[in-house]
Design a protein around this ligand. Structure first.
Ligand code: UGA
Length: 429
């Protein structure tokens, strides 16, 4: 697997860039990783990871000799003809993707007819065309390939090495062939298509998954009114092959750096092209309301929340990551404080990131520390260690007896047997 692998460049050593670089190093490629952030590059040279992702630092460590970190683009240009672009495309105030980092990379490319940009960053449909036009106008000769990324935080290495599919959008030229060749050892289904369609696959996939979550969250809300249990409903629905069991976990809403951003970006993209994407408006709105429903559940049992002690278990937008971007805990903690409650929170990994974004919350050292003396406990992120909690001990340590299970992690009967009042998401009336 390691013979004659072509060296590649990766521009941007954030989440996608680093995982891509480490993944290709595992496949035997030399990878030239470029970032404008000197501190980050220095850290990486010393084996310091800028993000927390299971298995990533071990992989980087194992392939140190193949991974070259630099702030100088020339290092990548000299050794590699394929330059993967993995820079951030955060949302602007209006919801459109901010492409300034992408355009800065494009601008920094010299004229060359033996290099290609391979776009990993999530960009609006039409970005590839705009970049190709810029290359043509400046007679740069660069080729362009769209190769969207589908990895999930927390299982990114596995997602890289065992992808459901590889999507390559290009003009049927050497660059597209070379990207297909790079991914060949993974033996994944390949979708080779035009650039715009590849760009759309990415946005549409994320928007569809987000829609699935908002859909099951609304079913959960109806279950609460009708006495059905959404966990049972999702089990029954998921066995239908056309529906599938994944992304049918009701909860307190989706977060992260991708779904909220990409759903909004697709809605905006449609709007900018003159099409009103009705469904996506609702997906976003349902998600916002879902985060707030926890407050109503607490008030149902505790009345006014003034001076109530509320413990939050988990802060990250999902388990196995320290990522706090668009995490439901952000809305929840600020709403609770606005209602006069005292919030104590514990997350096994995300506390450092959370401290940058959340004010007024007391950070606890353990789950036991967080729940001590609490009137209610809210399970926000389903970290495996929370599934193992001794519920009787938790009940004993609390002042009150309410457990709001925001991710339907627990068996309601077991919670009740421990002497607690159980409130899940969509679990009966
Ligand atoms: C998502 C996609 O799943 C990846 O395929 C994609 O590559 C990535 O975005 C991206 O565009 O970069 P990620 O944001 O890492 O990956 O996280 P997910 O595992 O998809 O979870 C997103 C959110 O949905 C989390 O807040 C999670 O708690 C929530 N979720 C997920 C639910 O509420 N219910 C579910 O059934 C599944």
């Amino acid at each position: 697997m390691t013979t004659n692998r072509e060296p590649i460049g990766v521009i941007g050593t954030g989440y996608v860039g680093l995982v891509t670089a480490a993944g290709f190093a595992e496949l035997g490629n030399d990878v030239y990783c470029i970032d404008i952030d000197e501190a980050k590059i220095e850290g990486l040279k010393q084996g310091k990871m800028p993000i927390w992702e299971p298995g990533l630092s071990e992989l980087v460590e194992r392939h140190r000799s193949r991974l070259h970190f630099s702030t100088d683009l020339a290092d990548a240009l000299e050794h590699a003809r394929l330059l993967f672009v993995a820079v951030g495309t955060p949302p602007t105030y209006s919801g459109d993707a901010d492409l300034s980092a992408v355009h800065a990379v494009v601008e920094s490319m010299p004229a060359s007819d033996h290099h290609a940009l391979v776009m990993k960053s999530t960009v609006p449909v039409g970005t590839g065309e705009t970049i190709q036009r810029a290359f043509a106008e400046q007679a740069k000769g660069f080729r362009y390939v769209s190769c969207p990324e589908f990895l999930k935080e927390g299982s990114a290495i596995k997602d890289f090495l065992e992808p459901d599919r590889v999507v390559v959008g290009d003009e049927g030229d050497w660059a597209g062939d070379a990207v297909v060749e790079l991914y060949a050892p993974l033996d994944a289904p390949l979708v080779r298509t035009d650039i715009k369609s590849a760009e759309m696959v990415k946005l549409a996939s994320n928007a569809f998954l987000a829609t699935k979550i908002s859909f099951i969250n609304e079913i959960a809300n109806v279950c609460e009114e009708t006495g059905a249990d959404v966990v049972e409903v999702a089990r029954g629905m998921g066995l239908d092959n056309r529906i599938g069991p994944k992304f049918l976990q009701a909860g307190i809403g989706f977060g992260g750096s991708c779904f909220p951003k990409d759903v909004t970006a697709l809605k905006q993209l449609a709007g900018n092209s003159g099409y009103h994407f009705q469904l996506l408006n609702s997906v976003i709105e349902v998600n916002e309301l879902q985060k707030r429903r926890v407050i109503a559940k607490l008030e149902k049992h505790l009345g006014r929340l003034v001076d109530k002690q509320i413990a939050l278990l988990g802060l990250a937008f999902k388990p196995n990551t320290d990522d706090m971007r668009e995490a439901s805990s952000l809305v929840l903690s600020s709403r609770l404080q606005a209602a006069g409650a005292h919030v104590r929170a514990y997350d096994p990994v995300a506390e450092g990131e959370a401290r940058k974004l959340i004010r007024g919350v007391r950070f606890a050292e353990s789950a036991a520390d967080a729940v001590d003396g609490a009137d209610a406990v809210v399970l926000v992120t389903e970290w495996p260690e929370f599934a193992e909690l001794d519920l009787a001990a938790l009940a004993g340590a609390m002042r009150g007896d309410l457990l709001v299970d925001g991710r339907n992690l627990y068996d309601p009967a077991a919670v009740r047997a421990a002497g607690l009042v159980y409130e899940g998401i969509g679990r009966g009336g």
